[in-house]
Design a protein around this ligand. Structure first.
Ligand code: C2E
Ligand code: MG
Ligand code: MG
Length: 305
């Protein structure tokens, strides 16, 4: 009696329990609960408002600096935020998965690329022509038949030199469809666009793939960095990734650097670039402008990417 007052809702709720069981995997079973109902409702609402978010201009990009060993900004990563009318500021963890599942990530991802490239072009015009912009991609975007055209069109319209764009893909999105990825990445690389593997080490970390994918940067997953000072094992993993990348002529970026001890450890082992709260949090455009201005007044030397 508590699972539904009529046949239709009983079947609907049974269905929800079945989905919960399926997503739990391993032959699990689940009873229907009110929480499942709330979750489904929440998803539906989120999906509906996400469809409108682009048109209502609720999405914004924050930017986080990437620094070299002298702590100078050499580039920035664009990170998506959503000013939800009711729920406030939402982080990617709250909505990226659902936008991938529904396919909304395709138009959203294109918007992100357009914004980020145009913004990078602005910073070049402000006197920082060496900065590169890193943009996150979902596997879902890469499999679109016109993916390469989309990227080259956006670049052309923005006026950003392709050499200043770095596309970040997670290991898991590369593994899903390696042959297609390799072909598309190679073609974009011919134009000058660079690729980075994001959160490296957290997923499959198939080393044989590393050689085959045309990537020029590995971003070492934050989990290794956060434990680096207390775990010998993580230190060894970091050292190994840096050494291996170097042998393959691939640059390394450490993600989530929060302490001076972490920075010193990474620098002493030859990590090329770093990103993390120690240097800067992700911030809106106006605040990033200030970071750049501060860098300009601090030292007149040019940035070396
Ligand atoms: P990511 O690409 O690995 O981005 C780095 C994440 O680490 C960001 O989280 C950033 O705020 C956070 N972070 C940076 N430094 C530190 C640190 O020192 N400590 C800690 N604890 N965290 C740090 P954010 O912005 O919440 O983004 C999460 C993920 O969402 C990103 O991970 C990326 O995979 C995805 N994402 C963000 N923007 C986009 C987008 O435009 N498109 C797609 N497809 N995915 C995006
Ligand atoms: Mg990233
Ligand atoms: Mg990452």
């Amino acid at each position: 009696p508590s699972d539904g007052w009529d046949a239709a809702s009983l079947v609907k709720n049974a269905d929800m329990a079945m989905y919960a069981a399926k997503s739990a995997g391993g032959g699990a079973y689940r009873f229907f609960t009110e929480a499942m109902n709330r979750k489904a409702q929440y998803r539906l609402e989120l999906e509906n408002s996400l469809r409108k978010a682009l048109k209502r201009k609720e999405l914004v990009l924050y930017y986080q600096s990437l620094v070299n060993d002298a702590r100078r900004i050499v580039g920035m990563e664009a990170l998506l935020r959503w000013h939800h009318p009711k729920m406030g500021l939402l982080l990617p963890a709250d909505f990226i998965r659902i936008s991938e599942e529904t396919g909304i990530i395709v138009p959203v991802g294109k918007w992100v690329l357009q914004q980020a490239c145009a913004q990078a072009r602005c910073w070049h015009a402000m006197g920082f022509p060496d900065l590169f912009i890193a943009v996150n991609l979902s596997a879902r975007q890469l499999v679109e038949p016109d993916f390469e055209r989309m990227v080259t069109d956006v670049l052309e319209k923005s006026g950003l030199p392709p050499e200043r764009l770095k596309l970040e893909l997670s290991e898991s999105s590369l593994i899903q469809n390696p042959e297609v990825c390799i072909t598309k990445m190679k073609r974009l690389r011919e134009v000058g666009v660079a690729f980075a593997i994001d959160d490296f080490g957290a997923g499959y970390a198939s080393l044989s793939y590393l050689k085959r994918f045309p990537v020029d940067t590995l971003k070492i997953d934050r989990s290794f960095i956060s434990d680096a000072m207390s775990s010998r094992g993580d230190q060894e993993v970091i050292k190994t990734i840096i050494a291996m990348a170097r042998n393959l002529n691939i640059a390394t970026v450490a993600e989530g650097v929060e302490t001076v001890a972490q920075k010193d450890f990474l620098a002493s082992h030859g990590c090329d670039r770093m990103q993390g709260f120690l240097f800067a949090h992700p911030v809106p455009v106006a605040q990033f402008d200030k970071l750049l201005e501060r860098q300009r007044s601090a030292a007149p030397s040019t940035t070396t990417p």
